[in-house]
Every structure is written in C-alpha cells, then in structure tokens.
Design a protein around this ligand. Structure first.
Ligand SMILES: [Zn+2]
Length: 145
C-alpha cells in the first residue's frame, strides 16, 4: 500500500520494466527508461530528510525532540503524532517540501537533473511534470537558472 504521503513504493514499481519491449542495451534506451523509479526510495528519503532536519527529529509545533516510535515514523516519512502537543504532522511539515505532490525519489532526481543543467523540458518529461513546475522548483530552491 502507498503511504498517505506517497513515499511508498507500489508493487508495480518493484519491477518497472516488466512487460515492456525492453529494447537494446544502449545509452538511448537507458535514457528513455531513466526515471525516479530506478532510484532507491529509502536512500533518497534519508538523504533528503537528513538535510531537511540536520538537528534531528523534532515536533514542528512544540519543538519537542521525538523519541522511540515517533522518531522512527518521522525518519520513515510517515505521519507522526506528538504526545506532548497532541498534533499530527509529516516529516515535511513546515519545510520547503511541505505539501508537495512528488515523492522523495522524484525530488532527489529533480535536484540532480537541475545540477546537471538538463533542459527544463527534458526534466519535465522525465519527471512527468509541467515545465513551469521545474521553474517553480528552481525558485523554491533558490536556484537562479
Ligand atoms: Zn509537539
């Protein structure tokens, strides 16, 4: 099952190439198939979350340090409950990634493609988003491009 935040990996994604005409082993075919599906959700999530929360896991509402199960769900990208202020939040609440529709693999890939100075239209194609969204992300990330 997908998590409510969309960070989970669906069954179909486990073998994204199944049932397709695979084509040859060539750079062009690889580029055509390249997408966030080929990335590790866990590796991307941890990389991003450690940078979003370098000081550790805290409740975004009352700033209490999260412990045990709450801390675990926080780093797993699941909705987390703070037993002190009794608020629910996600790991992206109050961050630059709050309320986004992309998963962590897509965010990681977006960052890499922007760093590689890939054309916005190509980034949009790979991530299946609108080219204007790429522009908006660059603004959000404070990238002058
Ligand atoms: Zn709290």
């Amino acid at each position: 099952m997908e998590s409510s935040e969309g960070y989970g990996i669906s069954r179909a994604e486990l073998n994204p190439l199944q049932g397709r005409d695979l084509g040859g082993l060539s750079p062009e075919v690889a580029l055509h198939e390249f997408s966030s599906r080929v990335l590790s959700e866990e590796a991307c999530r941890l990389w991003i979350l450690q940078r979003l929360h370098p000081a550790g896991a805290f409740c975004p509402n009352c700033q209490t340090a999260l412990k045990r199960r709450a801390e675990l769900s926080f780093w797993e990208g699941k909705r987390t409950y703070c037993k002190f202020c009794e608020k629910q939040f996600s790991v992206t609440t109050g961050t630059i990634l709050a309320n986004i529709s992309m998963n962590m693999r897509e965010v990681f890939l977006l960052l890499v493609l922007i760093a590689m100075k890939v054309d916005k239209k190509e980034i949009a194609r790979i991530l299946n988003i609108h080219p204007d969204s790429v522009k908006n992300w660059e603004k959000r990330l404070n990238i002058n491009g």
